[in-house]
Design a binder for this molecule. Structure first.
Ligand code: SAM
Length: 319
């Protein structure tokens, strides 16, 4: 199987050298953060106000309800991501995920603005749905975070039972809060689903070792997870997805498209800055997903661009 990591270019090494100097790295991080907050405001998503409202809550009960205190985190996960020192394991990233997703996805399509995130998820489902043999009844969302991908799946498959799996108990606490709000009839702009759908189950665990039962799901989905994984973990997740699926079931994921012209044309220093916040991006870009999925027990997958910079990969269980 092809699983190589390309060597960094000279300009990438220079940027990496600069980022290794902490005060310069912090300056770059703060600047990027301010730009994101400004962008969110410009599309009608009041970042600071929304995060302040979430921060004002007492989260201890939500956290206790979702956290598995016996979980051992994989080493690759316990590192900084997205310019947060604590990576995915903290309140700041958990409370900023939604506004950040809206800001980041606002520019996928021109004029998308605050609808960019929803449009991205809908474009994934539009690729996925015609490829499914039957309407899925039981769905697992791997790397579900605060539930944006789970709620979007629920809107696309309103009769399905949803299970969201994530390694961050902080993110899951927010997901739980969102479900509680919806059950109480207080849906928010961020959910995209209706109050009559069933309540998702939130599981604090690793996508490669979910602890969920064998052959019990029709669809295993993962949105924007794989660019956060080293290749060994990605391959282990493919195997876990195969284990979870029923005969005739499908595994699907949506993530950055390494073949997108946007990355090919991106100035190397910007790409290096991006990689400094995504520690496994090189490994993700170099992974031969077609080969790896077939080796994990799937038929040859389809790979379809669903946005100018994302792809949808769908693989059916091999009979
Ligand atoms: C970029 S977020 C995407 C979240 C969500 N699926 C969405 O589309 O908005 C990636 C998520 O994957 C989770 N994650 C990363 N590695 C994981 C693993 N091995 N097992 C479970 N979750 C993982 C992170 O905690 C984070 O919530």
């Amino acid at each position: 199987m092809t699983a190589t990591v390309s060597a960094p270019t000279f300009s990438s090494r220079v940027v990496n050298g600069i980022l290794a100097i902490k005060p310069l790295a912090n300056l770059a991080k703060n600047r990027a953060r301010q730009m994101m907050i400004k962008r969110a405001d410009s599309i009608g998503v009041p970042w600071l106000a929304e995060v302040a409202a979430l921060k004002a809550r007492n989260w201890s009960e939500d956290l206790a309800a979702v956290q598995n205190p016996n979980l051992t985190y994989p080493n690759y996960y316990v590192t900084s991501f997205h310019a947060y020192e604590e990576g995915n394991l903290g309140w700041e990233p958990a409370l900023e995920v939604e506004v950040a997703a809206h800001a980041v996805h606002a520019r996928i399509w021109q004029e998308a603005g605050a609808n960019g995130d929803l449009q991205l998820r809908q474009s994934y489902h539009a690729c996925l749905k015609p490829q499914l043999k039957t309407e899925p009844q039981d769905i697992v969302d791997l790397g579900c975070s605060v539930g944006m991908s789970t709620f979007a799946l629920q809107a696309a498959f309103p009769h399905a039972n949803l299970t969201g799996v994530d390694l961050s108990p902080y993110f899951l606490a927010v997901a739980k809060y969102r479900t509680d709000m919806r059950a109480a009839g207080n849906g928010t702009r961020l959910q995209g689903t209706d109050a009559t759908a069933s309540i998702p189950t939130w599981v604090h665990g690793a996508a490669e070792a979910t602890g969920l039962p064998d052959a019990s799901y029709d669809l295993v989905s993962a949105c924007l997870l794989f660019h956060e994984l080293p290749q060994t973990a990605a391959i282990a997740v493919f195997q876990e997805a195969r284990r979870l699926l029923r005969p005739g079931g499908s595994f699907a994921f949506m993530d950055m498209n390494p073949q997108s012209e946007i990355y090919a044309k991106m100035p190397p220093y910007i790409l290096t800055l991006l990689k400094s916040t995504e520690p496994y991006l090189d490994q993700y870009f170099a992974l031969d997903v077609e080969q790896a999925l077939m080796e994990a027990g799937f038929e040859r997958p389809t790979i379809t661009p669903n946005s100018p910079r994302h792809r949808t990969v769908v693989a059916r269980v091999k009979d």
